[in-house]
Design a protein around this ligand. Structure first.
Ligand SMILES: [Ca+2]
Ligand SMILES: [Ca+2]
Length: 243
């Protein structure tokens, strides 16, 4: 581990604010942008990009991380972004498939394949794919273990919901190890609430996990990127026990 990250980790137990984009490991088309944000895919077909933070998450601690996400400016673009937490044996080289898999999943959800596993993820999906059980509209869904297919989703109750609106969207991911709740907020609205023992049921006892963002395009495409706003660890006493 590089000394800088060791230092950050040592003070993260209580609270720290991060802003340096130098903390990310890039795969594929991911990279720094002139505006200080991090590109995942350019507005080009058949692109795939991932960015992992070098500092692992500590699942024994309550944390909340907040980003701005940009999903493009073409309503019928593709494919979307996932926020992922994983312990794949490939470590920082782990990636899933392109197109509808958003750099996270695999094309056949019913067979083992090249996807990020074990993991949990939240997808911001901007393109309908029948094999992944997508609705026609853009949507948010909670995913596990490299499977993009989902039975439930959030679309703000709007069958024409669109996230490719040339705007930054406020994304927050919260984990509370006491209540074992994963909560995701999108523009201030709670869009995922999942009770899950992540350490035991997903990561088989591992508490230090890699996190970052994945995205891809296919025949349809969009510029897709993220910008860090804040990352906070809080003592468990300040956690989200009422949620
Ligand atoms: Ca759309
Ligand atoms: Ca899709």
């Amino acid at each position: 581990m590089k000394p800088f990250f060791k230092l950050v980790f040592s003070i993260s137990f209580t609270m720290y604010l991060a802003s340096a984009n130098a903390q990310y490991y890039f795969l594929g088309t991911a990279g720094n942008m002139a505006n200080g944000c991090i590109q995942l895919t350019p507005d080009e077909p058949y692109s795939e990009g991932l960015a992992y933070n070098y500092q692992k998450l500590d699942l024994t601690q309550f944390f909340e991380i907040q980003f701005d996400l940009y999903l493009g400016d073409k309503d019928l673009g593709a494919d979307g972004i996932t926020f992922v937490i994983h312990n794949d044996v490939r470590g920082y080289e782990a990636f899933g498939q392109w197109g509808e898999c958003m750099g996270y999943g695999r094309f056949n959800p019913f067979r083992p394949g090249n996807s990020i596993d074990p993991s949990v993820a939240v997808e911001f999906d901007t393109y309908q794919n029948g094999f992944q059980n997508d609705p026609a509209c853009d949507h948010v869904a909670y995913l596990e273990n490299g499977v993009s297919r989902h039975e439930s989703y959030w679309n703000d109750g709007n069958d024409t919901y669109n996230m490719e609106d040339d705007r930054l969207h406020d994304f927050r991911f919260r984990w509370d190890p006491q209540s074992q709740l994963v909560k995701v907020f999108w523009d201030g609205v709670q869009v995922v609430k999942m009770k899950r023992d992540l350490i035991k049921d997903i990561f088989e006892g591992e508490t230090q996990v890699i996190w970052g963002f994945t995205a891809s395009t296919g025949r349809a495409h969009n510029l897709q990127y993220f910008c860090l706003r804040r990352m906070v660890y809080l003592p468990t006493v300040g956690s989200d026990r009422n949620g």
